[in-house]
Design a protein around this ligand. Structure first.
Ligand code: IMP
Length: 430
């Protein structure tokens, strides 16, 4: 039995989708524990590219795939994704389960998300506009709706009427006549249709996952976003609204911490970020442009260009601690092929000149202190043998590992499934 959490160590988009897909080969189930369709997991194999937003990447291998209670679900988007997967001849219905306790993203959540961002102007968070923050607010504020609530349609209708009434009042107070009022009747009809399609997928997933664990199955927990978008430990307020850390998996699925056997940290060989917020190693010059173009750094969900910068060892060392990372998968090393020298942030200098090698509460107003290393300046794309990796790359990996305090277990040299070196294939599965 193994329970492995796959978690992003930076600001998301590290390549979790590819690694989850790879490890799924030997997993009995893949479970998402937080976030919603703000995520975009890109998986490539053969000549096909898949971008999944809600359904766990495990579905591509027709493995049991579960949306845990910690996920917020936009039903219309989920149905769209299921339809697309079915059109690609993937057997979704027999493999996907959705927690009856997962919260719904309702139409007003998206409206509030978009309107608030618009009002904030330059101070906006740069959300994906998918209603994620407002949906989690309602969950914690005890005025959310869970998917399981739809199973009692008449009770759902009454609850919906009450909530819609309150949301319409709020919308009018906040945004005046700019936004048309919501109609409980129309939403009810829409959700009645959604329920018909999704009823077979709704299950008591905490029970399902715990039973699988008792049977000695191998389970993968697929994190979305990354450590520094975590609502408690990220660069607040420029974060998402869930606990993206490995610790979030227990509450977001309904399992105890004693069940977790491994935490695999996914690390991009440089750093990227989408949306606003501090980013000490950001490169606003031609190096940043090179990383963006070589790494195809455009958001999988919104298509926005990702901000790019050097590898920040302070961030990843903190991620190793916060998540209890047991080993790392280092991604996108081939993107660095053309660089003559590479920089790694090993410390920060604050505005008063003080040096520190651990992460401050705020990343505003710090200047990174870099260590330089020679680049390899040759193509590493698609190398699958460790012995064939350029010596400069091995030195870069060794230094990364030393600085962040975790060993490297997987090396990725390209976007495809095959373009990967797994150093000890048996390590995760017992
Ligand atoms: P929200 O999750 O849509 O509320 O957005 C909050 C912040 O998280 C914004 O900066 C988004 O760009 C960022 N974000 C949300 N999901 C992802 C993701 O999957 N990858 C990278 N950034 C994300």
């Amino acid at each position: 039995m193994a329970c492995v959490i796959v978690v992003g160590t930076q600001w998301g988009d590290e390549g979790k989708g590819k690694i989850v897909d790879l490890l799924t080969e030997r997993a009995d189930a893949v479970v998402r524990y937080q976030g919603g369709n703000n995520a975009g997991h890109t998986v490539m194999f053969g000549d096909k590219t898949f971008i999944l937003h809600l359904v766990p990447s495990g579905i591509l291998r027709e493995t049991t795939s579960i949306l845990g209670n910690g996920v917020v679900v936009d039903l219309a988007e989920l149905i769209k994704e299921i339809d697309e997967l079915e059109q690609m001849a993937i057997a979704v219905e027999s493999h996907l389960s959705i927690s009856d306790r997962a919260q719904l993203v309702m139409p007003w959540h998206k409206t509030f998300d978009l309107m608030r961002e618009e009002r904030k102007g330059k101070k906006k968070i740069g959300t994906t506009g998918r209603g994620i923050g407002p949906a989690y607010e309602d969950k914690v504020g005890r005025s959310g709706i869970r998917i399981g609530d739809l199973l009692e349609l008449e009770q759902f209708r009454t609850r919906l009427e009450e909530i819609v009434d309150e949301k319409n009042q709020l919308l009018e107070q906040c945004f005046g006549a700019d936004v048309p009022a919501f109609s409980a009747e129309e939403i009810f009809k829409e959700f009645e249709v959604h329920l018909k399609k999704l009823k077979p997928y709704i299950r008591d997933t905490p029970l399902l996952v715990n039973q699988m664990i008792e049977e000695g199955k191998n389970i993968l927990f697929e994190g979305a976003q990354g450590t520094f978008l975590d609502v408690d430990h990220g660069t607040y307020p420029f974060v998402t609204s869930s606990n993206t850390l490995a610790g979030g998996a227990c509450a977001g699925v309904g399992i105890g911490p004693t069940r977790i056997t491994d935490v695999l940290g996914i690390v991009k060989a440089y750093t990227t970020r989408v949306g606003s917020g501090p980013f000490p190693t950001e490169l606003l010059d031609s190096y940043g442009e090179l990383l963006q173009s070589e790494g195809h750094e455009f958001g999988a969900t919104t298509g926005r260009p990702r901000r790019c910068g050097w590898f920040d060892a302070l961030l990843v060392r903190q991620a190793v601690r916060l998540n209890g990372i047991t080993s790392m998968a280092v991604m996108k090393l081939d993107v660095l092929d053309k660089f003559e020298t590479l920089k790694i942030a090993v410390g920060y200098r604050s505005s008063n000149g003080e040096f520190r090698d651990n992460l401050p509460r705020s990343l505003e107003n710090v200047t990174p202190v870099y260590e330089e290393m020679p680049g390899w300046q040759c193509s590493s794309e698609g190398i699958t043998e460790y012995a064939q990796l350029p010596s400069e790359m091995l030195a870069y990996l060794e230094r990364m590992s030393e600085l962040v305090g975790a060993k490297v277990s997987i090396i990725s040299t390209g976007p495809k499934r095959e373009e990967t070196i797994v150093l000890n294939p048996d390590q995760f599965w017992i």
